[in-house]
Design a protein. Sequence first.
Length: 441
Amino acid sequence: MSKPEPIRILQVGDVHFPAAVRRRHSADLKRDAFSMSDEIAPEGLRLKRVIAQLSAYETGYFDAIAFMGDFTDGHPDVALQMEGMDKCFAYIELNIIKPLLGRDGHAKSLFVPGNHDVDRTVCPTEPGNRMDKFAHYVKGLSALGYVRHSADQISELNLRKGPMSAFLAGINTCLGCGEFMTFPQKVKDDLLAQLSGVIERGRGDAAANILETFLDLTERLDAPLIEGNILQMLDSSLDRRIADDRNAVQVVIGHHNLLPQVIPRVAPFSELMNSGKLRSLLATKDTPVLYLHGHIHDHPVEVVYSQTHPDSCVISVSAPEFIDGFNVIEIHADEDGAPLGVVVNTISQTDFGAMSKLPPRRIPFRQGRHRIAGITPTAREIFYKTFAQNAQHHFGAIEIAYPDTPTDAIESALTELEWLGLVEISNRSMPARKWNIRSAV
């Protein structure tokens, strides 16, 4: 049996409409920026190049598309901010979802909100309904027929492809964004003092000044948080899915990063406040979990292991800001559907508009005592007979050694051994007939 096609997820980072349209390529300006013409650096060209790169994929190539939030950008005029969000939804439906998913667009698209998708004018200052600030976000997606938008519930999506399966769970990490009620009392007092000063100085323009100051302060003092009930629901949902299908790969999607950023953000609450709780929850599932996120406008891939749960690992994958590219997530499995690992392919755009595919990042799933226990028979035979003695062979030599084994089965077995860390394959990106394989033990 040949190896199954991987499950592919398109990971779309922060879109930031309409700022994304205004972004230009870098230029060496001898005069001020206002002299920049469309001939030098056309407005909107960066976004068009990313969309053009996506158009190279055929409809149905992706099994799902996951959007990381921040569909719009901060704006002192909330009406314009919400309008930017609506325009973004229409843009991604027309240019991303429909071309890549076709009729499956509604069924296989998953959204999570970002800190810029919050209507900060309705954020509560006292305990109450904390979901009103997401109403426009939910309404905009629902109007287009999308139901997986992770505001007050977990958005769930099941994928199956041949013997492989994956479970996607979208969560809202933006509960504390824009809320005074999450701030310490001293911070609340300081904010009230600043707003009082604006009122005294504003006179006729006081209302506009107060609103602009309020929005600016709440954004700088965001306290991102996952609601406690959502964490409990996620915990139960993952346990249930793992019990139902041990081979299913668990994929959790949120806007904020799980681990601290590389570049320090100077702010009182710069990270997800209960990220440690989420990280601990995911690391105790005794199975690998992918965590996909945006927010930091960079694309690191980081892996967290738990000493007390050696069969688990949390693989955190960040998407670049959409204007700079996107990630193609490939989940690989053996011929029985048992997950082997994930490949993260990042398509990146430089400041000067050059598009490139970065070297793939391959992260194996199997860790601990079960790393080799589930090896398939063909892979086991090839390893023990051919590579257990620190050997090195060309792919053609292995075909000669196993004349009764189909070529695609040999390729699948060698790929499995590579995922398990038992062999190393040179010329990995070339056809299998050009591979050179050596023992890694």
